[in-house]
Structures are given as C-alpha cells and as structure tokens.
Ligand binder design. Sequence first.
Ligand SMILES: N[C@@H](CCC[C@H](N)C(=O)O)C(=O)O
Length: 304
Amino acid sequence: MEHVSTSQMSPLPFLKGHGTENDFVIVPDPDNTVGLPAAAVARLCDRRAGIGGDGLLHVVRSAAHPEARHMAGEAEWFMDYRNADGSVAEMCGNGVRVFAGYLQRAGHVEEGELSVATRGGIKKVRLAKVPSGSGTATGDITVFMGRAELPEDGVTVSVGARSWPARNVNMGNPHAVAFVEDLAHAGELRTAPQCTPASVYPDGVNVEFVVDRGERHVAMRVHERGSGETRSCGTGACAVAVAAARRDHLDPAVTGVAVTYTVDLPGGRLVITERPDGEIEMTGPAVIVAEGLIDPVLLETVTA
Ligand SMILES: N[C@@H](CCC[C@H](N)C(=O)O)C(=O)O
C-alpha cells in the first residue's frame, strides 16, 4: 500500500455543476497532473464528507491522457468521467453537456460545434452563444450521442417481488429499460435492481423505469451503476427514447423520418431525437452553480 501525501499540494480548483439535476464535481486539470484514484473521487462525491455529486468530470487535454491520446487529433478535450463510487464509465450524457458548458464558460471554446473525447468515443456538442445576463446557466446544449445498440437478450428487471421484461440498450454504456405501470413500483431504489440473466451485463448496468405521459412523451426514474438513484441520466434518457420508439413500432432507419421523444426525469426534461441515420441527438440544460478550492487533505488517500 502506498500512502499519497498531500501535505505539499496546494488547494485544487473545482466547480460544481448539474444537468437536469444530475450533479457533478468538475476538476479542471488540462495537463493531467492531479492523481484521482477511486477513493479520492468517492470522497469528493460524498455528500456529507466531501463536495457531493453523482459523478466527477475530470477535464483533461486528450493529448495528456493515456486513454485519450489517440483522439487528440480530433478532440482537444477528454471527459475523464467517474461515477460517485470512483468507478470509471464510458459515457455520461448530462456530464458531457456540463463539461462543454464549463469549457465555454472558462473561455477554452466558443459557441459552435465542439468535439469531446470520451471513453465511449468522440461526441459532438452544439454550443449556443451564452446570452449576457444568463448567470451560471449555459442554456440548452445539444449532444450528438451516436447510435444505440439494442441486442435482443430477454432481460428481466426485478425490485423486491415485482419483475418486468426489459430492453437491453447500449449507449456506449449499458442500460436495461423497463416499462412499468407506475414509477412508484420501483420502490425506494436504495439498492440496485436485479437484472437477469446477469451474464448480459458483466460490468454492471444502469436501470431505467418508464411510464407513458402522452404521445411520444414518457417519464422515467433511473438507478445508475456506481451512483445509485439519480435525478437524471442523459444516456438513460436516450436509451428510454429508443426503447419507447421500438415499442411503438417506430424506427427512423426504416421510415426515413426522425422521431422525437420528450423524456421527463425527476430533475428536469430532456428532448431526444433519433435520426434516420441512427444518430441520437439529446438537448437539455447545463448549469454551473459554484466554484472553489479543494483542501488537499480531502484527496489524501491510500492506493494499492
Ligand atoms: N448520469 C450519466 C451516466 C453516468 C455513467 C453511468 N452511471 C454508468 O456507469 O454507465 C448520464 O447522464 O448519462
């Protein structure tokens, strides 16, 4: 075991932001000099002993990160996303809007189209000009999320005595989407729902519970891998929109017509469009609520 001493470190700048109340600690670290082992991330995301967040956005130049160097020619910035428990995830839809909003606010990028490197590949983001007087809100941001994969796996989601058939949707990260009669049937979601067969999700899964609200309008709750129940999940909303479209016998690749679903989450609303070429566009807000300095003691941890 190696002890990471922080006594020589200076306080570390951070920001706090959210996208439809899916909240993140943002750590700007262009040159990738801040070690962020899982335990340090979990401490920063702790809502009582840390800053608090559903996840952490480590903002690094792609060229400075071994996992993103190969994307540096196309995307200057890498979203090194971590869940609240410190685990790594391929993608975070709300996170990438907040990430882009932070880059714009910090003056690293301007309005227009931006490419962001993620573990799930390069995502394009459309940034509007931030109107003066808009405070900490960046306004709506659109992310081009790539295509969904929907393998037919016969997944079942269970909470307590209730079970539902679910759709396996991969948005770069894994999802199980269950249509339910009432969102309250998912219970308190203090622990992860059970997904079977477990072999479909060897690395864990994000689970969405969905009800209909109207034509092409749904509402959902989500239990996120590595974070627990959150108030929103962008990749989850995309997975839900595509699962709902297929259930409603709508496939833009077949009809040649784009399909849009409005997805309501406990923390706000996201609008998801699937295009005939399979590309999924997600539009929603991003807000930076605070900035400050992290006491290096908070990062003091032991690593194996
Ligand atoms: N909240 C995110 C998804 C974050 C990653 C997820 N918990 C996972 O482990 O796959 C979103 O907005 O997409």
